[in-house]
Design a protein around this ligand. Structure first.
Ligand SMILES: *[C@@H]1O[C@H](CO)[C@@H](O)[C@H](O)[C@H]1NC(C)=O
Ligand SMILES: *[C@@H]1O[C@H](CO)[C@@H](O)[C@H](O)[C@H]1NC(C)=O
Length: 150
């Protein structure tokens, strides 16, 4: 394994998630700025391979508590989307059905809560695997958060 921490000094933010919320739904734009391939994962949402610079636009419908987006590293999948990842693996599936295994940096969100507000954070409760940024791009809040090291 390479040392991600050394790389992250040069690539300040590795995986960027930008969220646009609508009335009861949201669109997340997940971009891989890492110099290596990651396999983005979302619960709800599934998963997708993202090479350097690639973007996954993900639509989710509202409201789920405990929704999260994370990145997986060192994955290998066969044609049926089954395999394994070194970090963040979700039961060996390319299209995640549930959460990933620690360590993984988590972008968490809950939509349309009290007073119609959305909540988001980056959590290290499951450890750290890649530097992440999570920022809203609508709703009068444009202050994003970053987590670049544990
Ligand atoms: C996501 O939602 C936006 C806005 O409603 C829509 O324009 C876009 O086509 C949707 N994308 C997918 C992949 O469903
Ligand atoms: C993919 O891997 C799974 C789990 O090892 C296996 O059951 C399945 O048959 C494989 N599919 C292909 C197309 O190789």
């Amino acid at each position: 394994m390479m040392s991600f921490r050394n790389i992250s000094m040069y690539y300040f933010v590795c995986v960027a998630v930008h969220g646009i919320t609508l009335a009861d739904a949201a669109t997340f734009s997940i971009q891989n700025n890492c110099p290596y391939t990651v396999w983005a994962a979302a619960a709800p949402g599934g998963g997708r391979q993202l090479d350097h610079g690639q973007v996954w636009d993900l639509n989710v419908s509202s409201g789920v508590g405990g929704a999260r987006i994370w990145a997986r590293t060192g994955c290998e999948f066969n044609e049926s989307g089954q395999g394994k990842c070194q970090t963040g693996d979700c039961g060996g599936l390319l299209q995640c059905q549930g959460y990933g295994l620690p360590p993984n940096t988590l972008a968490e969100y809950t939509l349309n809560q009290f007073d119609g507000m959305d909540f988001f954070d980056i959590s290290l409760v499951d450890g750290f695997n890649v530097p992440m940024e999570f920022s809203p791009t609508s709703g009068g809040c444009n202050r994003g958060i970053k987590c670049t090291s544990p």
